[in-house]
Write a protein that binds this ligand. Structure first.
Ligand code: C2O
Ligand code: CU
Length: 438
C-alpha cells in the first residue's frame, strides 16, 4: 500500500546488536531550521497529586516535549525507540504533511522497533495548535502517554503576551482512571499579572469529548484545530465541548481576580484545573451550573471571498452504528461505518483537485470524533442547518449521538490517508477508513 510514496524503511536491528540503525534521509532536502529528537521510552511518572502512572513517554515526560516551530520552517524530527516492544511511530495530528511523513504504521511506514531510529522531515505551512502522537496501536500507546503538543508560531508575532498550553488527558491505570491537565490531576496555580493578554491552547488527547470551562473572564475562541476564527465575538459562561483530538485557542485579558480553567470528561467529571491569579492567591471559583454550550456553527462572522464550494465532484455518506460481534477472537462492541468493520470498509477514492463532500450521520449512542489525515474539512452544515458563523475548518469533528454533519475537503495532498474515529478504541474495532487518490 505504500508504493510510490517514497517510504523510507528503517533497518531492523538484529538479535543482540545494540547499535541504532540510521534511516536514509528523504523528504524536502536542505538544512533543517529546527531539529528535535524524541526518544520513546517506558517510565513510571509521578503526577502532581503524587499518583504514579505506568507511562509510555517521549523523553521520559508526559506530555512529551512541546515542539515549537515557525511557519515556513523545515523541521526534522528524529524518533528513537528505546524500549517499546510493539514499535512506535509519530503522527503529526492536524498538520497536512506529505503522505510519506504522516507516521501511520502499516500505511506510510513500518513501526520503528526498539533500538531503531527514524527521521521525519517536513516544511510547516500552517500556523496554530497541533499535537503529535504514536500511530502504532494508537488506542494503547496514546492513552499510555506517547503524545505531546506541537505549536506553529506565525511569522509575525501573536498579539498575546502569554501562552499557556493545556492538554486534557486520561490514563487508565491499574487503579482506575486518572484525568489530568498536562500532569496535574489537581488544581495547579500560576501567577499571571493583571492586564496580561493570554492565549490558552487547549487540546483533548483523550478518547471522549471534553468540556472545557473558563470562569472569571470574558473570552474569545480565536482558533479551532489551528485555523483562525473570522471575527470571533466575546463570550462568557459557555462550555466548550472539544472533540477527542481537537483543539481550541482562547484569548482573554487577565482581570484583577482569579481565572479558573477546568474541564470535565463527559460521563466522568474531574477535579483537574488551572487557577491563574494576579497574586498567586484566591479561591477556586464555583463552576456555575447553567452554562450554555458553545456552538462553532454560529460563532464568528462569515468571511466574504473565501473559496467555499457550491458544487462537488464527489459525495460520500458515512453512517455510524454499532453491534456486538467477534473481533480478534473476542466478543466485543463493534463500531461500524455503513454497516462495515475495517478492513471490510471500502476505500474512499478521490482525484487530485476535486472538492469532496462527506455526510456523517451518527445512529449510535456514542460520540464519534471523525479525524481525516492530510486534509482539513470545512463544515457546511449541522443537523441540516447551514453553518452561519466563521468558516469552520476542522481536522477532527465531534459527531454526537443522533447528529449529522456535511463537510467538504479539497483533495490536494495525494497519498493514502487514514480517516477514522479519534475515540481510538472505536478506530481499533471498526471505525477506520482509507482515503486514496486515483
Ligand atoms: Cu490523531 Cu489517525 O490520528
Ligand atoms: Cu467513535
Amino acid at each position: 500500500t505504500t508504493e510510490g510514496h517514497g517510504v523510507h524503511h528503517a533497518h531492523h536491528a538484529s538479535g543482540n546488536e545494540k547499535n541504532i540503525s540510521v534511516t536514509e534521509l528523504k523528504g524536502p532536502s536542505g538544512h533543517p531550521d529546527r531539529r528535535f529528537t524524541l526518544v520513546a521510552q517506558k517510565k513510571k511518572v509521578r503526577l502532581i497529586s503524587g499518583k504514579v502512572v505506568d507511562a509510555w513517554t517521549f523523553n521520559g515526560q508526559i506530555p512529551g516535549p512541546e515542539l515549537r516551530m515557525r511557519e515556513g520552517e523545515l523541521v526534522e524530527v528524529t524518533l528513537i525507540n528505546k524500549d517499546i516492544q510493539e514499535g512506535v511511530t509519530i503522527h503529526w495530528h492536524g498538520l497536512n504533511v506529505p503522505n510519506r511523513e504522516d507516521g501511520v504504521a502499516g500505511v506510510t511506514q513500518d513501526a520503528v522497533q526498539p533500538n531503531e531510529r527514524y527521521v521525519y522531515r517536513f516544511r510547516v505551512n500552517q500556523v496554530g495548535t497541533y499535537w503529535y502522537h504514536s500511530h502504532q496501536q494508537s488506542d494503547l500507546q496514546v492513552e499510555k502517554g506517547l503524545f505531546g503538543y506541537l505549536v506553529v508560531e506565525p511569522k509575525k508575532p501573536l498579539a498575546e503576551e502569554k501562552e499557556i498550553t493545556v492538554l486534557g488527558h486520561q490514563w487508565k491505570t491499574g487503579q482506575g482512571e486518572v484525568f489530568a491537565f498536562n500532569d496535574a490531576d489537581t488544581v495547579k496555580r500560576q501567577i499571571v499579572k493583571q492586564g496580561t493578554k493570554v492565549r490558552l491552547r487547549l487540546a483533548n488527547t483523550s478518547n471522549l469529548p471534553m468540556q472545557f470551562v473558563l470562569i472569571g473572564a470574558p473570552f474569545q475562541v480565536v482558533a479551532i484545530d489551528g485555523n483562525d476564527v473570522h471575527q470571533p465575538n466575546t463570550i462568557a459562561n459557555q462550555e466548550l465541548k472539544l472533540a477527542a483530538g481537537g483543539r481550541y485557542d482562547i484569548r482573554f485579558t487577565m482581570p484583577n481576580h482569579p481565572v479558573f480553567l477546568t474541564g470535565s470528561r463527559e460521563y466522568n467529571p474531574s477535579s483537574a484545573g488551572l487557577l491563574l491569579s494576579p497574586d498567586g492567591k484566591g479561591e477556586v471559583p464555583k463552576v456555575p451550573k447553567d452554562l450554555k454550550p458553545f456552538d462553532p456553527a454560529l460563532y464568528g462572522k462569515p468571511k466574504p471571498g473565501t473559496n467555499t464550494p457550491h458544487s462537488f465532484d464527489r459525495e460520500y455518506t458515512m453512517v455510524f452504528d454499532n453491534k456486538m460481534g467477534f473481533y480478534d477472537g473476542r466478543f466485543n462492541a463493534l463500531w461500524l461505518i455503513n454497516g462495515k468493520v475495517f478492513p471490510e470498509t471500502p476505500m474512499l477514492m478521490v482525484k487530485e483537485g476535486e472538492w469532496v463532500k462527506t455526510t456523517f450521520i451518527n445512529r449510535s449512542g456514542m460520540d464519534h470524533p471523525m479525524h481525516l489525515h492530510g486534509h482539513h474539512m470545512l463544515v457546511l452544515s449541522k443537523n441540516g442547518k447551514p453553518v452561519t458563523g466563521s468558516p469552520w475548518w476542522v481536522d477532527t469533528l465531534n459527531v454526537a449521538p443522533g447528529k449529522s454533519y456535511e463537510v467538504a475537503f479539497r483533495a490536494n495532498n495525494p497519498g493514502i490517508w487514514m480517516d477514522h474515529c479519534h475515540n481510538l478504541d472505536h478506530a481499533r474495532v471498526g471505525m477506520t477508513l482509507h482515503l486514496s487518490y486515483e
